[in-house]
Design a protein around this ligand. Structure first.
Ligand SMILES: [Zn+2]
Length: 234
C-alpha cells in the first residue's frame, strides 16, 4: 500500500500519479517493474445527449397512444357517451402547444399563437358538442378564446416593435388586462341578457388606469426611470 507524498491519500498500486493532486508516484523499490493494469476504464463514459427530434418522437407516440387507446376504450367498453373526444381534444391541444418548442423552432410566434387559439377553440367545441346546448360556446367560449389570442398577439407584436423593458412590458399588460376584463363582462352580460354596462370591470379599469399613469410618469422621467431600475436591479 502506498500513499501520496504530497496530500497523503491512499493510492492504488497501478497509479502513476495521485488522482487528487497529480503528484507523480515514484516508488524506488518498484522501479523498473511493469505497473499492473489500471482497474479504471480509460474512456470517460458519457450518455448521448437527448436530441429534440427524439423528444418529438416520444411525445408523438405518447399522445397518439393516449388518444388511440381512449378511443378504443370508448368504442368497445364504456360506450354510453363520446367521452373520448375530450381526451383526444387535450392530446391535440398538447401537440399544437408543444409544436414550436419540440418540432419546429422557426415557427413565427404569431402563427403558433393562432394555432394555439384554433386548437383551444376546437377543444371547447368538442366539449360543447357533448353538452345539451352549444350556446355557451358561441356566446362565451369562442369570444374569450378570440379575445385572449388577440390580446397576446398585440402584446407580442408590441414587444418586437418597441425596445422592450420590464417597465414598458408592465405598461402593455396593465393596458390589456382592463380591456380584456371589460370585454369579458360585456360578453357575460349579453349571454345572461342583462343590461350592457360595466360594474366589476370598471373597478379593474380604475386600478389599472392609476398604475398606467404611474408607469408612464416613470417611463417619461429619466431620473425616476433610472432610480426604479437601480432599486429593482434590472
Ligand atoms: Zn496527492
Amino acid at each position: 500500500m502506498s500513499y501520496c507524498v504530497n496530500c497523503g491519500v491512499e493510492l492504488e498500486a497501478s497509479l502513476k500519479e495521485c488522482p487528487l493532486c497529480h503528484t507523480p508516484v515514484i516508488n524506488p523499490k518498484e522501479a523498473g517493474k511493469e505497473l499492473p493494469p489500471s482497474p479504471y476504464p480509460t474512456d470517460k463514459g458519457q450518455v448521448e445527449e437527448v436530441k429534440r427530434k427524439d423528444l418529438g418522437i416520444l411525445l408523438s407516440v405518447v399522445l397518439t397512444a393516449t388518444a388511440g387507446t381512449c378511443f378504443l376504450l370508448n368504442l368497445l367498453v364504456f360506450d354510453h357517451s363520446l367521452w373520448s373526444l375530450q381526451v383526444i381534444g387535450i392530446c391535440i391541444c398538447l401537440f399544437v402547444f408543444t409544436f414550436p418548442m419540440v418540432y419546429y423552432r422557426k415557427m413565427p410566434p404569431a402563427l403558433s399563437l393562432l394555432a394555439d387559439g384554433v386548437a383551444v377553440a376546437v377543444y371547447l367545441y368538442m366539449i360543447a358538442y357533448l353538452t345539451p346546448s352549444t350556446a355557451w360556446f358561441w356566446q362565451l367560449g369562442l369570444p374569450i378564446v378570440v379575445l385572449v389570442i388577440l390580446n397576446t398577439e398585440i402584446f407580442t407584436f408590441l414587444a418586437r416593435l418597441v425596445p422592450f423593458s420590464l417597465l414598458s412590458g408592465a405598461l402593455c399588460l396593465f393596458i390589456e388586462i382592463p380591456l380584456f376584463c371589460a370585454a369579458l363582462e360585456l360578453m357575460i352580460r349579453r349571454m345572461l341578457q342583462s343590461p350592457l354596462r360595466l360594474t366589476w370591470s370598471a373597478v379593474v379599469l380604475t386600478v389599472c388606469a392609476i398604475i398606467d399613469v404611474a408607469l408612464v410618469t416613470i417611463l417619461v422621467k429619466k431620473r425616476l426611470r433610472n432610480e426604479v431600475r437601480r432599486r429593482l436591479h434590472f
